[in-house]
Ligand binder design. Structure first.
Ligand code: SF4
Length: 274
């Protein structure tokens, strides 16, 4: 009964974000715990990699939003990161672990400064946009940064606090995610967005995507069946994988625990992460 009531509530106005759509693809059971049962307040806890990623994002936001272009430098970026870090020090199991993540975050900032134009003048930073694409579907997303391109069009940039995935296996999902940001930026800023870039802060690699009107329409066309699939879902079956290790709902999921137990039994290495 409780599940039926919560499903009815979440169907009334579907807010489709890239993370929500990708989460359903990754594991419908986890999607249900998160977005149908809304268990996050009870089960979500700060995790060191996510806290580090959030701190790096916030320091980069401040670097571009608060520091004039000709005053930005690696030293300022590092100072901003240290300031952000001091205010939020949860999620670490020990002082040693916090130091280790702190070192990684500083390395990310240095790498970012070495590879990026610190004098850029972004048109938008950490901007949340919404776009109603159908009467019952609102597309929502938070865009890390939007820059102007030399040709007068716009360029969305997404920061990831991890490494660029090996191979092109999930490139389509990443193109879809950045494509959504491009659609949202174009609608919000009323200007053509022709490029998207993911910056992988852990290894300094980039991944670029080109967009045109046809690509934007294809992105929006892909959202509708994905939302229909989610709204029509009943079973929300678990889909265990290496990411179960970082799932907030592992305690509720026998399949995820079974998957991890079986992997630890055969000595599988921890997944490549931050
Ligand atoms: S533990 Fe794994 S299978 Fe279970 S809900 Fe989480 S991600 Fe899905």
């Amino acid at each position: 009964m409780a599940l039926r009531a919560s499903i009815t509530a979440y169907r009334m106005r579907f807010r489709a974000s890239p993370s929500k759509l990708l989460l359903f693809r990754q594991c419908p059971r986890r999607y249900r715990f998160e977005h149908v049962d809304r268990l996050a307040p009870l089960y979500r806890r700060p995790r060191a990699p996510l806290v580090m990623g959030a701190h790096v994002h916030e320091a980069l936001r401040r670097l571009y939003a608060e520091i004039p272009p000709d005053e930005r430098s690696p030293a300022i970026a590092e100072r901003l990161l240290r300031n952000v870090w001091r205010r939020q020090r949860v999620g670490f199991s020990s002082v040693e672990e916090e130091r280790e993540y702190g070192r990684r975050a500083l390395a990310m900032m240095r790498r970012f400064c070495a590879l990026s134009d610190l004098r850029a003048r972004p048109l938008a930073i950490e901007r949340t946009e919404q776009l109603a694409i159908d009467p019952g579907i609102v597309l929502v997303g938070r865009i890390d940064r939007v820059d102007g391109c030399g040709d007068g069009s716009l360029h969305v940039i997404d920061y990831k606090a991890g490494r660029r995935p090996a191979g092109d296996e999930s490139r389509r999902d990443r193109a879809f995610q950045v494509g959504i940001y491009a659609c949202l930026a174009e609608a919000g800023l009323r200007h053509a967005v022709t490029r998207g870039r993911i910056l992988y802060l852990a290894d300094g690699l980039r991944e670029d995507f080109d967009f045109d009107r046809k690509a934007h329409e294809a992105t929006l066309d892909e959202i509708r069946p994905r939302v229909a699939e989610i709204l029509g879902e009943r079973a929300f079956a678990p889909r265990p994988g290496p990411f179960c290790r970082h799932c907030d709902y592992l305690a509720l999921c026998a399949e995820g625990r079974g998957y991890l137990d079986a992997r630890s039994g055969c000595g599988e290495a921890a997944p490549r992460g931050f």
